[in-house]
Design a protein around this ligand. Sequence first.
Ligand code: NAG
Length: 299
Amino acid sequence: MKLDHSLSLFSFIYLVILPLISAQACQRTCGKLPINYPFGTGPFCGDPRFQQYVSCNQDKLTLTTQTGRYPVTKIDYANQAIYISDPSMSTCACTQPSKGFGLDWDAPFSFHDDNVFTLLDCSTTASPIFRSNNFDGNNSPTVPLCDRQGTPICSFLYSCTAISMLNLPISTCCVYTPVDLGPSFELDLQKLKCSSYSGFYSFSGQEANPENGQYGITLKYKFNVFNNYPSLCANCEMSNGACGYAEVYNAFVCNCPSGLNTTTDCYFGVSWNDGKRLLPWHRGTLILSLVWFVFRMIL
Ligand SMILES: *[C@@H]1O[C@H](CO)[C@@H](O)[C@H](O)[C@H]1NC(C)=O
């Protein structure tokens, strides 16, 4: 009897719960990261503007830009910021050559004010960042690109074992602060004639103490020009759906846990395209299994 019960429970889970879970095309998590609008885990999930840049592969959320692929380590939905790491970045423990980091000009991201980029091992004679010390051809002063207030960060990095072994003069370090870190901003180390870089965020006002910073890059994003969360999507997510879009006109789609797509939410959704075919099957299995389960319990 006992075995029968656990067997039917097992079949219930296997036949009903599992197909329901695996049927949702747009996942609501990627690894441990919760995925909400505007992000999505695959094609036609989330917002079409973000989908081509952020996607989930083998439980890892990745940002792709012209300079490479970067693991997303955290998403701060309340403050509309994503945190990424760059495997080519130098840290206190490891210094390595890097080409730098850049966003695509049309990417829906911009740099967060919290970012502090430190350029390492720059050519003091050839790097354009140091030319601000001179006057250019027109005899007008150029804007300084290295922040002198950032010296403690340079001292910190250059005293780390990995970097101190290279015996570089501190004058080859630059805490890079161009005026505008907009979407087209690019940390092109080849152009800047530096061999590597470090990125920190969240010093929380204690830049003099670089140990308080975390390695990585923070990017901001906006939902749209008015930066409001689409209410259709909010309702969809509230009903355990994941927001997506249709191939045609990028129309809003709510991808429900059952695998159904609706144009509203997963409570009273109107079935959409293939949904009509999926619905009776799932419902049929559910009812059959329930009947069987109850029947077994009574016996
Ligand atoms: C539902 O929408 C998602 C994402 O938009 C898509 O991948 C999936 O194929 C759709 N499923 C059906 C049954 O139409």
